[in-house]
Design a protein around this ligand. Structure first.
Ligand SMILES: Nc1nc2c(ncn2[C@@H]2O[C@H](COP(=O)(O)OP(=O)(O)OP(=O)(O)O)[C@@H](O)[C@H]2O)c(=O)[nH]1
Ligand SMILES: [Mg+2]
Length: 293
């Protein structure tokens, strides 16, 4: 009997939620980075098998108090994903699970819960890990907890097995051939943002939004035009760099990342625009798809 489930991935920023989703899918669909708050939207990734379809929602890392409207919208995406989950997959950093941070979310999880103690490749003290696992089990009242490493693909299959066990019998909701229902323009804009997270420091990655304005599929080479929005003129200067060096490097790195994903050569053109304080402006947040109209 075919099984299908909606699985919401929940966790603190930087726990490895997006890395875990990529490990499940065997492809770098969603962006990952050592900086916190990399993921800003709910993004679906689909694992298809002849016997099941698991529809994962990657979500932004939960933060206790938002500092600006964009963060409110990000937490809205988390809550919405929790509302329609069949199963919640909680990803904790196995080095420091920080379960007390989940006090406000514990009661919102009304469906079965599976927990991953991630990054165990970095854990030295196995006794502490076991003690933490026992504490986590007791706190959340579940036995379904797995020590995993998303980065090294260790025990990811154990989690998939547990999720399939919990999945209700149901025909597939999505196309059984594809790993996502997100459009390619969005995925490409995320990949450019990923390179910005890698290349720029401090406030820049948090002040940036990327939008693909044109995507022309061609036989040999896809043409992509993207705009990077920053909040201030000074940030535009930093993004350009001396003699345009920074944006040039960004273009090269982004092109490689996108080509690896779409498995095709591309032409990429990047431009930079200032949209003053867009992170705190509801109208801009609507325009960028963070809040519904
Ligand atoms: N060593 C190790 N690093 C990991 C593991 N999983 C993720 N990471 C790293 O942890 C960092 C954060 O990973 P992400 O997947 O972006 O974390 P996230 O939970 O999606 O973070 P936000 O989107 O900011 O909420 C990245 O540098 C990953 O490479 C793991 O199992 N082991
Ligand atoms: Mg993420």
């Amino acid at each position: 009997m075919f099984k299908t489930a909606f699985i919401t991935i929940l966790g603190l920023p930087n726990a490895g939620k997006s890395t875990f989703l990529n490990a499940v899918l065997g492809e770098d669909l969603v962006i990952t980075n050592p900086k916190a708050q990399t993921t800003r939207h709910r993004i679906k990734g689909i694992l298809n098998d002849k016997d099941y379809q698991l529809v994962f929602s990657d979500t932004p890392g939960i933060i206790k108090e938002s500092a600006y409207r964009l963060q409110d919208a990000m937490m809205g995406a988390v809550n919405e994903s929790l509302d329609d989950a069949d199963v919640v997959l909680l990803i904790l950093d196995g080095q420091f699970p920080k379960i007390e941070e989940f006090e406000a979310y514990k009661d919102k999880i009304t469906c079965p819960l599976v927990i991953a103690m991630n990054k165990v490749d970095l854990v030295q003290d196995q006794e502490k890990l076991q003690a933490d696992i026992d504490r986590v089990k007791e706190y959340f009242g579940t036995e379904l907890i797995f020590a995993v490493s998303a980065k090294e693909n260790f025990n990811v299959s154990g989690i998939i097995g547990a999720l399939v066990n919990l999945a209700p019998e149901h025909p597939a909701f999505y196309d059984t051939e594809s790993i996502s229902d997100e459009n390619v323009r969005f995925l490409v804009s995320e990949m450019i943002r990923e390179q910005i997270l890698t290349q720029f420091k401090k406030e820049i990655p948090y002040s940036v939004e990327v939008s693909v304005t044109e995507y022309n599929e061609k036989e040999k080479l896809d043409e992509i035009y993207a705009t990077i929005f920053v909040e201030r003129d000074s940030q535009k200067g930093i993004m350009l760099g001396k003699g345009g060096a920074a944006i040039k490097n960004l273009g090269i790195a982004s092109r490689k990342r996108i080509e690896d994903f779409i498995k095709k050569k591309i032409f990429l053109s990047l431009s930079i625009k200032v949209k003053k304080d867009w992170r705190t402006d509801d109208q801009q947040l609507q325009y960028f798809g963070y809040i519904k109209k």
